[in-house]
Design a protein around this ligand. Structure first.
Ligand code: FAD
Ligand code: SF4
Length: 459
């Protein structure tokens, strides 16, 4: 039988922001590890974007060697405690596991988390060369793409400085994903590991503003990796989106997660939400907002224009939200937000939808049902329908070529239109996943190393 991760009871967890999932116990982890068939040609590895040697680390867990299992994972993945918690394994390594044919894949995510939660400061041998490095590389943005690229470049012997505009490193991992899914302490520990490789992190530094990309080359950086993510909120473009108590998911989550508004007034940033919150959208971002709203004491309704089958959020998170009392208003599209006399939200005008044939995304296209308009009584609206690439750096650097949707154009080696400047993560793909951003960071580190070495040979 597959060992599944236990969770705290829903009624208890909506009273606080502590982590929902409880890791596997030693015996659960070892039993689960022993289910692995140790396939000779393991499909799970091919299903993992950073190609962790999954059978090898699972075997070590089965043998009671948690520390060694973690070292094995760290050969390929610099952020395992994060990936073990938020990776969509069900669509990746676990989907590829041969046991998935019988719908009982190895719980690879839970085992990765188990190994990564090994508690010791002395787990890792230092990587030779990383403290004597003289060739400088700059990384811009400290989300999973930037952290991964910086760590791999440091392991290759470069002197890496990572610039971050916010006061804390981590990108979406700290400002977006809530504490109850990914505790800040876990992110901090992974960042500390990356610092221990010799990476210097300079926060409160907006590249494009504090320094331009040209300034960085003048400071003798030999290459630059741009990993500024997709943090620009998208709105619906309907009337009333400027009313009081309409938030973008980004603003709402940043206030609560990064600025700790749930601890106001002990922390300076407040959050003003009412008793009944509508969250528009059904991806991970929207579900995070709804579950945060529940923890702030409000009713939370997911408003989505398709059905549950088409929801892009992880299934586990949809189940967690339902257990926590989040309700769903499906096949519903907002057409306008309605104000009270003081300019606060008092409802949403919606129209009912039906599903037609699949659209470009492969999901069934929602079609409005004429004359089906109705009012949803809510006093707060959070728009969580997606994010676009951060436009600031490309706007301030006209030579950096972008697509019409704002994503930065790169070649197969992750190099942008400016020689020596590379890019990866959400800034080249649009909003995606932690592990795909990390995979881009890894590949870009290899390409940057080749680029610098080739330059040294030519020069
Ligand atoms: P980001 O994580 O966005 O990091 C970019 C960093 O660059 C930020 O720290 C930003 O402040 C900084 N920056 C921007 N401009 C500049 C500049 N000019 N100078 C210096 N620094 C700059 N994915 C999953 O796999 N599983 C999940 O469960 C999941 N949940 C999510 C929940 C939420 C609320 C959100 C918003 C996203 C979620 N994602 C999830 C998606 C995932 O977090 C992103 O795909 C991933 O973080 C992208 O990584 P990145 O490194 O490209 O960018
Ligand atoms: Fe183990 Fe599944 Fe990977 Fe085979 S595919 S090695 S059973 S985790």
């Amino acid at each position: 039988m597959r060992s599944n991760i236990a969770k705290r009871p829903a009624l208890q967890r909506i009273e606080d922001f502590f982590e929902v999932a409880i890791g596997l116990s030693k015996s659960q982890a070892e039993n689960e590890a022993k289910r692995c068939l140790q396939c000779k040609d393991p499909f799970c590895v091919k299903g993992c974007p950073v190609e962790i040697d999954i059978p090898a680390f699972i075997k070590l867990i089965g043998a009671g060697k948690q520390k060694e299992a973690l070292e094995k994972i760290k050969e390929r993945n610099n952020l395992p405690a994060i990936c073990g918690r938020v990776c969509p394994q069900e669509n990746q390594c676990e989907a590829a596991c041969v046991l998935n044919k019988k719908k009982i894949p190895i719980n690879i995510g839970a085992l990765e988390r188990y190994a990564a939660d090994y508690k010791s400061k002395k787990t890792f041998s230092k990587v030779s060369g990383c403290f004597s490095a003289t060739i400088k590389v700059a990384v811009v943005g400290s989300g999973p793409a930037g952290l991964t690229c910086a760590a791999d470049l440091a392991k290759l012997g470069y002197q890496v400085v990572l610039f971050e505009s916010l006061h804390l490193p981590g990108g979406v991992l700290v400002y977006g994903i809530p504490e109850f899914r990914l505790p800040k302490k876990i992110v901090q520990d992974e960042v500390d590991y990356i610092k221990s490789l010799g990476v210097k992190i300079q926060t409160d530094t907006l590249i494009g503003n504090t320094y331009s990309l040209t300034d960085l080359f003048s400071e003798s950086y030999k290459a630059i990796f741009i990993a500024v993510g997709a943090g620009l909120p998208q709105f619906l473009g309907i009337r009333g989106e400027n009313l009081a108590r309409v938030y973008s998911a980004n603003e709402f989550l940043t206030r609560v997660n990064l600025m700790k508004a749930y601890l106001f007034p002990a922390y300076a940033t407040p959050i003003n939400i009412g008793k009944k919150v509508a969250v528009i959208g059904a991806g991970n971002v929207a579900f995070d907002c709804a579950r945060v709203a529940r923890r702030l004491g409000s009713e939370a309704i997911i408003v989505y224009r398709r059905t549950e089958d088409e929801m892009p959020a992880r299934i586990d998170e949809i189940d967690n939200a339902r257990e926590e009392g989040v309700t769903f208003q499906l096949l519903t599209q907002p057409v306008g937000i309605i104000a009270d006399e003081e300019g606060f939200v008092k409802g949403i005008e919606c129209i009912k939808m039906r599903l037609g044939s699949p659209d470009a995304s492969g999901r069934k296209k929602p079609i409005p049902i004429e004359g089906s308009n109705f009012i949803l009584d809510v006093d707060t609206v959070i728009v969580g329908i997606g994010q676009s690439p951060n436009p600031l750096l490309s706007r301030l650097t006209p030579e950096l070529k972008t697509n019409p949707d704002g994503t930065v154009i790169v070649n197969k080696n992750f190099m942008t239109s400016i020689p020596g400047i590379f890019a990866g993560g959400d800034i080249i793909t649009g909003a995606d996943t932690v592990i795909s951003a990390m995979a881009a960071g890894k590949k870009a580190a290899v390409a940057i190393d080749k680029y610098i070495k080739r330059g040294m040979k030519d020069g």
